[in-house]
Write a protein that binds this ligand. Structure first.
Ligand code: TXA
Ligand code: MG
Length: 347
């Protein structure tokens, strides 16, 4: 299959969106930008089209998809029994990086829910995403547009690298603002639970839902996750990846030591560190992840950097992490820990 690559510029190029929407209507796959990561879209009401997503990504069949909508009113025919507090949450925080899980309606194909009786819904805020969904006139089922197991793509080139020849079309809308996937909240129970942490943190969401909590798995690893996607190996670069959390100067000393040793052993080393770190680590590939003082940049570049290290042929990545006990650190470390297969060290 020839993958068509369409650059959607700031005037939102309506003819291009029409062209891409035709693929969706024909049951084909189109990747599109959202404010979190790129999505791999199919007509969410067409089971056969949704099945192609699993094939293109090599996604395990038991991992359900998110349906993306462009207006709140579209939700009504997709879900059932929405409790008032959750409708209010949707009204207040959509469009945005938040996915809500409800009881599904009869309209939803099994391929979307992986056979389950709940469905995940999200209204993205990215203008290209919203315009595209509108033009398609159907909810778009869309997981992140990476091959299963790899870091989610946050720019169209990274989508192309994974999906070239596997899907009909890619809409290039530039780099994603947030860089990690949406916060997933289970709204099927009276007390809401965060199943996947994201840009909307527990503390932020507590202002809207005072009784919201992190699900057990996010507090204690040994508990099984309620969101199927959380159990798979994820976001993983090819290289061995170690993350270090603590005092930056101590981490710098350790990085210098480890880079030296690694180079002597003939390894190719990647270092991912804050802009405050003055070291240049000669002989290593060094990528900066923004400032220790504002970790939003870290979220924005994390996945793209892990992919860059792979392309450089690095076989050991040393990265700085952040405290994971509050705020956005919970979400970033959720991804880093998975990417590093649990290799997180505290100094
Ligand atoms: O930011 C995002 O959410 C991106 C963009 C493209 O919107 N999408 C995304 O999709 O990250 P995906 O498929 O990579 O992750 C969806 C997550 C998975 O962990 C999946 O298991 C969970 O949501 N999920 C989907 N439906 C669910 C359901 N009915 N019950 C529990 N978890 C569900
Ligand atoms: Mg994903």
């Amino acid at each position: 299959m020839n993958t068509e690559f369409l650059v959607v510029d700031s005037d939102r190029s309506r003819p291009l969106l029409q062209r891409a929407a035709k693929y969706i209507r024909e049951g084909e796959l189109v990747a599109f930008p959202t404010e979190t990561v790129y999505g791999l879209g199919a007509d969410g009401l067409n089971g056969e089209a949704c099945a192609k997503i699993f094939e293109a990504k090599h996604r395990p069949a038991d991992n359900p998809l998110i349906l993306h909508i462009s207006e709140l009113s579209e939700m009504d025919r997709l879900v059932e029994g929405v409790r008032p507090q959750y409708r209010k949450l949707a009204e207040e925080l959509w469009p945005g990086p938040m996915t809500l899980i409800f009881q599904k309606s009869k309209l939803i194909p099994d391929q979307v829910t992986a056979g389950g009786d709940t469905v995940a819904i999200r209204m993205p805020s990215h203008p290209v995403a919203r315009d595209f969904i509108r033009v398609c006139q159907t909810p778009l089922a869309a997981p992140s547009a990476n091959l299963s197991g790899k870091p989610s793509p946050t720019n169209a080139q990274d989508v192309l690298r994974d999906m070239d020849g596997r899907i009909a079309c890619i809409l290039d809308g530039g780099s994603c603002q947030i860089g990690i996937e949406s916060t997933v909240i289970d709204c099927t129970t009276e007390h809401p639970e965060i199943l996947r942490p994201g840009f909307y943190t527990l503390e932020f969401l507590q202002e809207y839902l005072p009784d919201i909590r992190l699900e057990d798995h996010l507090i204690e690893d040994s508990r099984p996750p309620k969101s199927p996607g959380q159990k798979y190996r994820h976001y993983a670069p090819k290289a061995e990846f170690h993350v270090y959390v603590g005092d930056l100067e101590k981490i710098e000393d350790l990085f210098n030591e480890k880079v030296q040793k690694g180079l002597e052993e003939g390894r190719k080393i990647g270092v991912m560190t804050f802009v405050e770190d003055p070291n240049e680590y000669p002989g290593a590939e060094v990528l900066r992840i923004g400032s220790e003082k504002d970790i939003t940049e870290m979220g924005r570049v994390l996945f793209a950097h892990l992919r860059s290290f792979d392309r450089m042929g690095v076989d050991l990545i040393l990265g700085v992490g952040v405290p994971s006990d509050h705020g956005y650190g919970v979400s970033i470390m959720n991804r880093m820990k998975k990417a590093a297969s649990g290799n997180v060290h505290f100094l």
